[in-house]
Write a protein that binds this ligand. Structure first.
Ligand code: 5AD
Length: 366
């Protein structure tokens, strides 16, 4: 064991302020022993801050229509192979009922980005209202991209409580390499600030293992989460999607994927050590890399949130942000059983029937 690495982990565990270089050193973690040490330290801090409870959010992918053209994403507007769909309000509410009945106290409504009034009012606004009227209504997180402050406020008034908007990379150069010119880093930052102004529980995140991304960039991402004082983090490995410009230029290889899996686990661990009492998701992209144990490994590295898909399986094939997205042909009921068993097997406890707020929000924003 490398002594100075060990010392660094000890001070991180105690919650000492880490400089960006220290964060990078933790992430770099050159040996297997160091990685084991890092992940177990993060797991300890997770238990101390948020316990062994796994917060569950039923994920409803409600539309793959998108005005954006992100170079990495399978539902980018230029991908003509994609069959576009938008669930009706009735279908969205049915999915929320399914989630509630499974015991998921919370749902995430996720979609491509649309800013037209029909979407803002008649799809999202109406769904929020109807879900809010359900007996024992699940709490709602939205993940529908950049919007005006007015729209964010309106959705909050209609009952949304949390919002996820990834920065994708906190390095503006990388951000601009992976998005067309019309999408700017500044606009993304402004949108995050608007969410804060409207008093959502705010989540952000990045993709890990992007072309050209260094350990220093990833350390910068964790520093960004800390500076933005966010409540929730969702991040996962970048995975290629064959119909996208980036997927064509940088196809996955078994070695690149394995590296990204380990790097993602270390990112989760270091994020837990630095941010402490936030909610961190163990994302589907992790499971895409390691179908048997990906999500569990995320939890053991410090994550505390899972987002099982409760949408109708008929649309899953059209929501392929990246290739080999898992759980395509499983319905929600089977998924729930599988999930419960695999959580209990690793000593984690599914926290059914509650909203599962990040403690950070009440300590720092209330
Ligand atoms: N690989 C990994 N994650 C991706 N996302 C989109 N495309 C990909 C990809 N090819 C992620 C983005 C987005 C979230 C909904 O999905 O980070 O914010």
């Amino acid at each position: 064991m490398n002594n100075s690495y060990n010392e660094l982990i000890c001070s991180a565990k105690k919650g000492k302020w880490l400089k960006r270089e220290d964060i990078a050193r933790l992430l770099e973690c050159s040996t297997v022993e160091n990685q084991v040490e890092l992940l177990s330290a993060a797991y300890e801090v997770k238990i101390q801050e948020v316990g062994k409870l796994v917060q569950l959010r039923g994920l409803i992918e409600l539309s793959n229509c998108c005005r954006c053209d992100c170079f990495y994403c399978g539902i980018r507007r230029s991908n003509l192979k994609n069959h576009r769909f938008t669930l009706s309000v009735k279908e969205i509410v049915e999915a929320a009922v399914r989630a509630r009945d499974f015991g998921y106290g919370s749902v995430v409504l996720q979609s491509g980005e649309r800013q037209d009034e029909d979407f803002v009012v008649n799809v999202i606004g109406e769904s929020l209202r109807k879900i809010g009227e359900l007996p024992n209504a699940p709490s709602v997180t939205l993940s529908c991209g950049e919007q005006s402050e007015e729209t964010y406020r309106y959705w909050k008034e209609q009952g949304a409580k949390r919002y996820l908007l990834r920065i994708e990379s906190s390095n503006p150069d990388i951000f601009h390499q992976i998005h067309p010119e019309e999408q700017s880093f500044t606009n993304r930052l402004t949108a995050l600030q608007r969410l804060r102004n409207v008093d959502y529980q705010v989540g952000t995140g990045v993709m890990i293992g992007l072309p050209g991304q260094t350990i220093e960039d990833l350390a910068g991402d964790i520093d960004f989460f800390r500076e933005m004082n966010v409540d929730m983090i969702g991040m996962g490995p970048y995975l290629s999607q064959a119909d996208t410009p980036m997927g064509k230029a940088y196809p996955n290889t078994p070695e690149s994927i394995k590296k990204r899996l380990n790097l993602s686990l270390r990112m989760i661990a270091v994020t837990r050590l630095v941010l402490r009492d936030v909610n961190i998701a163990s994302t589907t992209a992790l499971q895409a890399i390691d179908p048997l144990h990906g999500r569990e490994r995320g939890l053991l590295a410090g994550a505390n949130v899972l987002m099982p898909n409760v949408g109708d399986i008929s649309h899953r094939g059209d929501y392929q942000l990246y290739d080999n997205k898992p759980d395509i042909d499983e319905n929600g009921a089977e998924l729930r059983e599988k999930l419960t068993q695999s959580l209990l097997a690793i000593g984690e406890i599914p926290n059914f029937g509650v909203s599962g707020d990040p403690p950070h929000y009440y300590r720092h924003h209330r």
